[in-house]
Ligand binder design. Structure first.
Ligand SMILES: Cc1cc2nc3c(=O)[nH]c(=O)nc-3n(C[C@H](O)[C@H](O)[C@H](O)COP(=O)(O)O)c2cc1C
Length: 349
């Protein structure tokens, strides 16, 4: 059973530093600040002590863990607004994970996603400390205000497009909540002219990414892009989809809409369906954000809907339009500025 709740997991994911408390066989305590990642329900902390001449096996925390594996880890957030203070204390058993094990590889990859500094450090050659949580206790406010309340303006301002995720999986109940939010979007005649295609398995995401890459290559060639640029852009786009823990393709489904004898009204009917697909997308992105998740939008399926249907074996009545990705941001992306209300408003009479 999981020790940390979804809220607690979101909280620890968002923090950069924790304090690890160990004690010797004689009960002498020691506390150090540590970088860490929470991955597959465990905490991992690297042994990146400087100067490098220190044998990591001689570090006090490593010797203490060998003598007494019981440890505590405090993850806290300080802000000047004391209403927002919060911390989580996790007690558990610590041990070392040595290089060569699959678990070590995965944890090093997760640490490097979280801290860019580790990408050039040799943490892959050293053991990691693994802490398996046994008990967690919390105090104060764990999620920032915009994420814990139905403060819609704050939620809307806090959401931003994320294009790189950590490998932390998304809970199935969170995927359900995101789809549920899409369901409640406004739609023409209330017909809900959209269907959602959910991809979590890497093999499927890879198949889709490869299929879309072919079409995209052709488009970039038509735009006279150099082959180097094409390679870079394709590789970034592919990886972005493959690395996202969850991808949801929003497809138009026009079969239930009204039929008109003239093309103009039929086109307007389809446009209304597209508009409501956008509303479903925004419901999903905001819900993800409120759950402590991040999301991104990729327009790629719009440019090759038939390719997407074929790659995934979808019902040909579906017209793939938007691809939303969900997970936990690997870095804090820049927030885009917005035009002011005055600039956006043409007439206010
Ligand atoms: C219809 C639509 C298509 C988009 N397609 C892409 C895309 O293909 N790739 C991408 O990185 N972002 C895409 N975005 C995200 C926008 O770039 C992003 O929303 C915008 O820059 C504002 O940034 P923000 O979402 O972080 O506030 C798309 C957004 C919309 C609404």
């Amino acid at each position: 059973m999981r020790v940390l709740t979804a809220e607690e997991r979101a909280f620890v994911q968002a923090q950069r530093v924790a304090h690890l408390s160990t004690s010797s066989a004689e009960g002498v305590p020691a506390v150090v600040p540590v970088c860490f990642v929470y991955h597959d329900d465990c905490f991992y902390s690297p042994l990146d002590e400087k100067p490098k001449s220190v044998d990591v096996m001689n570090l006090r925390r490593v010797r203490n863990i060998a003598d007494n594996p019981k440890v505590a880890l405090v993850v806290d957030r300080y802000t000047e607004d004391w209403e927002e203070l919060g911390y989580l204390t996790v007690r558990g058993a610590a041990s070392l994970v040595v290089p060569g094990e699959a678990e070590h590889l995965a944890a090093v990859a997760a640490l490097r996603q979280k801290y860019s500094q580790y990408r050039t450090m040799s943490i892959h050659e050293r053991p990691l400390i693994r802490i398996v949580p046994a008990k967690a206790s919390r105090w104060g406010t764990l999620l920032p205000e915009e994420r814990r309340s139905l403060d819609l303006p704050a939620l809307m301002r806090g959401r931003r497009s994320v294009r790189q995720y950590t490998p932390q999986p998304v809970l199935p109940e969170h995927v359900e909540a995101i789809l549920e939010a899409g369901r409640w979007a406004p739609s023409p005649h209330g017909r809900q002219p959209w269907r959602f295609v959910v991809l979590t398995r890497e093999e499927r995401k890879r198949r889709l990414a490869d299929a879309m890459a072919e079409g995209w290559t052709r488009h970039l060639e038509m735009d006279n892009q150099s082959s180097e640029i094409i390679v870079i852009r394709l590789s970034k786009g592919r990886q972005r989809l493959i690395d996202a823990p969850v991808a949801v393709i929003l497809c138009l489904y026009l079969a239930d809409l009204d039929r008109y004898p003239d093309a103009a009204r039929q086109e307007a009917e389809a446009t209304m369906a597209i508009q409501s697909l956008g509303a479903a997308a925004q419901n999903m992105l905001l819900t993800a954000h409120s759950l402590g998740l991040d999301g991104g939008w990729m327009c790629a399926p719009l440019f090759c809907p038939a390719v997407v249907c074929e790659a995934l074996g979808l019902n040909p009545d579906l017209i793939p339009h938007a691809l939303l990705t969900f997970g936990y941001a690997a870095a804090d992306p820049k927030r885009r500025d917005r035009l002011t209300v005055e600039e956006l408003t043409e007439l206010y009479d």
